[in-house]
Write a protein that binds this ligand. Structure first.
Ligand code: FES
Ligand SMILES: [Fe+2]
Length: 362
């Protein structure tokens, strides 16, 4: 459905700041290379604490981060083969979360029925993904496609974000191209214009026109000359719960959002740059560019954004009833999608069979 692109005042829906997630999607939870064999990592997907571990065969497993014996966090435990051992009394759990050994159990005693919830988990694009919803749906829902991944002619830069803000505030920042104002000191874009806005089955598609100027823009291939203005379209595809953004022929950004709780979110992003260098030279310079670009460009942009998002959250928390005004129809549409996804998840919970319902209600 085509939506209006006219800027006109509307009220920000405060309900969106209280919205939960649709858990029936794959969520990026960490970088694969940070989970070494035999290591355990603690992550949280929308209030669900999960212990991720890489077993002896290199497979990643995900269990609820609470031992079914006394509730101790399982991520404090140790990996033993394919199992995770709780640090308190040594109960041992298999990848399905079933207790398979208690070290002090006598031969005559039977193992109790004790199970930690297990979660579907995947490793793809160098990212760890968890499916926190109804596990029966995990195989039907695809992980976002990243066709640029592994292309040797592109420079891929992973960027990690951590925000003390609700995921709706962070997602709105990513769709809100009008905040180029904030980044003007870093030679960000200017003169933004919303050219197209469409609702898609799982999200939104927006096209903005933006202008660039300056030495950095030239280096990034955004303009031919540093002293002239170049106008280019940016397309932003919100595919719940992630983003695919492209600056035609120059760069693309895949932004994976991890909602942690009502006031905390994380992100795992992959930036791809088309650098105008011969392949051999690019290969040579790749390690330097991978160090320099994040530090001197990308994380500097992100730091400015983080400050704004956290400030927005602080004022919302201090006064959740205050009415705010918005004039970008893309933001209003995004809020609709966010609430719709949450509502559809709640409805799916009501109609879920009893066996999976209890698991997904938390
Ligand atoms: S609390 Fe985990 S083994 Fe006792
Ligand atoms: Fe920004």
């Amino acid at each position: 459905m085509e939506l209006t692109t006219t800027l006109s005042a509307q009220t920000v829906r405060n309900a969106v700041r209280e919205a939960g997630i649709n858990a029936n999607y794959w969520y990026a939870v960490g970088w694969a290379k940070e989970l070494l064999p035999g290591a355990v990592m603690s992550i949280t997907v929308w209030k669900q604490a999960i212990a991720l571990y890489r077993d002896g065969q290199g497979q990643v497993q995900a269990l609820e981060d609470a031992c079914p014996h006394r509730g101790v966090a399982l991520h404090k435990g140790q990996v033993k083969g394919c199992h995770l051992v709780c640090p308190y009394h040594g109960w041992e759990f298999n990848p399905e979360g079933q207790c398979v050994n208690i070290p002090y159990l006598s031969d005559q005693q039977k193992l109790p029925t004790a199970k930690a919830r297990s979660y579907p988990v995947q490793e793809k694009y160098g990212i760890l993904w968890v499916f926190p919803g109804n596990p029966n749906l995990a195989t039907q829902i695809p992980i976002i496609e990243i066709p640029e991944y592994g292309r040797p002619d592109l420079l891929m830069i992973p960027i990690t974000g951590h925000f003390k803000a609700h995921f709706s505030i962070c997602n709105e920042n990513a769709l809100d191209v009008f905040h180029g104002f904030l980044h003007q000191g870093l030679q960000g874009w200017f003169d933004p214009e919303l050219a197209q806005l469409k609702e898609t089955p799982g999200g939104l598609h927006a096209i903005y026109n933006v202008s660039y100027k300056g030495r950095m823009a030239k280096f990034l291939g955004l303009s031919d000359r540093a002293d002239t203005v170049t106008t280019v379209p940016i397309s932003i595809d919100y595919r719940y719960p992630n983003y695919a953004t492209a600056l035609e022929g120059v760069s693309s950004l895949y932004l994976m959002r991890l909602p942690v709780d009502a006031q905390e979110s994380r992100s795992f992003a992959l930036f791809f740059f088309k650098v105008n260098l011969p392949q051999g030279l690019l290969n040579l310079l790749r390690p330097v560019l991978l160090r320099v670009l994040p530090r001197f460009v990308l994380y500097r942009f992100l730091a400015q954004d983080v400050e704004m998002m956290e400030s927005e959250q602080q004022n919302y928390t201090a006064n959740p009833h205050r009415i705010y005004a918005e004039i970008n129809p893309a933001i209003i549409a995004l809020q609709r999608v966010t609430l719709k996804q949450y509502e559809s998840y709640l409805t799916s919970q009501e109609t879920a069979p009893q066996t999976t319902k209890g698991q997904n209600q938390r």
